[in-house]
Design a protein. Sequence first.
Length: 161
Amino acid sequence: MNQNCQPQRIQGCKPDANRMIYTRCAKCGRVFGPHKLDQEPAELSSGNCPCPKADAERRAVELPSYAAMARNFAEAWITHIARGRQVVGFEDVLNTFRLCSACDHYSDLSGQCGICGCYVSLLHGGQGLNMLEWANENCPHDPPFWRKEDRTPIKPQAVSD
């Protein structure tokens, strides 16, 4: 394995029915997978990870206050409901997550954006609170790293009890 990479299970990423999961390098943010839950990603076993942040550890990210996070979530939730609860497919979530997880504002510990405090992770199966799944969301960074116009909305999944 490449000694520069530090693969970790992605916060909030749950294995699918075949026990497949994604991991990411804690230093460079590169996403690996899918691979079996109990196996190392094939890219790492061949030692091919180009880890550009090999010598620089990711720093701790300060999150907004709880009040600010609650306000940001409430505004996003109201917009999400008003626009018909549109979500995007997993490929769009994965592509967007690759951008978010490489950002200096991404918190490795909590899976949250350090600008708005929203959860941005690779949750499987429409968990509902992952902002990357919501089709009407934009990156809060100025300028944004991703925009809702670049993602493809699909019908929302039925919520099961």
